[in-house]
Write a protein that binds this ligand. Structure first.
Ligand SMILES: Cc1ncc(COP(=O)(O)O)c(C=O)c1O
Length: 362
């Protein structure tokens, strides 16, 4: 117990939330650690002064982030591409699907996953079929070409049965696209990584990065079948080697799918990802899951399957506002109150949230 407290208290020292605020809303946006704020501050000031070396100080930070994200998911850096958003990754995959491909998605899938596929249905003859979230594995059939889903759902924190889905997809010959935005770094994907064709993750929530830092992990067997529609100077080979004229010479790795970077965001992302890798190694992330279980227990909510805890509320928007007034920051989603702890939360934050919810949700 002492060890747990020590691990989280040293992690917590890296953050600076407003005094009195129990910030339990990493599922909306995660709080940046102090080194991320310092890196952004430095980047902005050196930009203002005109003294920055854009390659070494900003652009190359993306390479460090690529390797750090690979470590977090238990994958290889050369399979990771750097993107600005999730929908860009899904759109890239959608644009490469042959006409007539059947894509299975869960009901009520997040629009950044669903909409690019619906656009491909409208524009290119892809066929999107929806299925109940809990029955996704059973919905995959021989004519299915791709199954695409959020591993952890934003509206209720439910976690898809990844093992059963990749198993069914392999059996039926379908490819798998996972949005791990609400899963990584708390829900492991590495046991199934060799059966996930595309894994996409935005960093501004549970990865504590600035917005605009997202990742697309493309299984190496898919590098040649995915068309690099967004090819640009940064996706070229060698990196920084050429910025005008053909031919098309792209990186030999998944870096060919990079979208050129919104620099400062990546400079801010690096320290956050470095800390997450350290917390993953020393077990502090497990301690966050223990906070989530304690929160769910106290709220009488279902046992969490990720870091996210969800409790029903008669009027979720009113409950969100009342909790905010009590210094508890969480979010109303789909008729639920959604709470998402992280390393910056204290057991006291959790107990305050339980006490306030008991009073305000009764
Ligand atoms: C499941 C999921 N995926 C992705 C995103 C972010 O999407 P985008 O990167 O397209 O802004 C969110 C944001 O709430 C989300 O809940």
């Amino acid at each position: 117990m002492t060890v747990v407290a020590d691990r989280l208290s040293s992690a917590r020292a890296q953050f600076d939330p407003a005094p009195g605020l129990a910030y339990l809303d990493a599922a909306t946006y995660g709080l940046p650690p102090k080194p991320t704020v310092a890196a952004l501050d430095r980047a902005l000031h050196r930009w203002q002064a005109g003294t920055a070396d854009w390659v070494e100080e900003w652009d190359r930070e993306g390479e460090a982030c690529r390797a750090l994200f690979a470590t977090l998911i238990g994958g290889a850096a050369d399979e990771v591409a750097l993107l600005p958003t999730v929908s860009v990754g899904v759109g890239l995959v959608a644009a490469s699907l042959p006409a007539g491909t059947e894509v299975v998605v869960p009901d009520d899938e997040f629009t950044s996953v669903l909409f690019p596929l619906l656009a491909a249905e409208q524009g290119r003859g892809v066929v999107v079929r929806t299925a109940p979230f809990a029955g996704l594995a059973e919905a995959i059939r021989p004519e299915t070409g791709l199954v695409a889903f959020s591993l952890v759902r934003s509206q209720d924190g439910r976690t898809a049965p990844l093992g059963a889905i990749v198993e069914a997809a392999a059996r039926q010959g379908a490819w798998v696209l996972v949005d791990a935005t609400h899963a990584t770094p708390f829900v492991p994907v590495h046991p199934h990584l060799d059966r996930i064709d595309y894994l996409i993750c935005h960093g501004y929530k549970h990865l504590l990065c600035p917005r605009g830092v997202a990742f697309l992990r493309v299984r190496r067997e898919r590098w040649e079948t995915l068309t690099p529609w967004f090819a640009n100077w940064r996706a070229g080979s060698p990196l920084y080697g050429r910025s005008v004229g053909g031919p098309l010479t792209l990186a030999p790795t998944a870096a060919r799918f990079d979208v050129s970077l919104a620099w400062h965001a990546w400079a801010g992302a690096r320290p956050a990802l470095e800390l997450l890798v350290a917390w993953q190694r020393d077990g502090a992330l497990e301690d966050v899951l223990a906070l989530s279980r304690r929160l769910a227990d106290g709220l009488g909510a279902p046992a969490p399957t990720s870091s996210i805890v969800v409790v029903r509320a008669a009027d979720a928007e009113a409950a969100e506002a009342a909790l905010a007034a009590a210094g508890i920051k969480c979010a109303a989603r789909g008729g639920n109150i959604r709470l998402a702890p992280h390393v910056y939360n204290t057991p006291d934050d959790i107990d305050r949230a339980i006490e306030a919810a008991a009073r305000l949700l009764a």
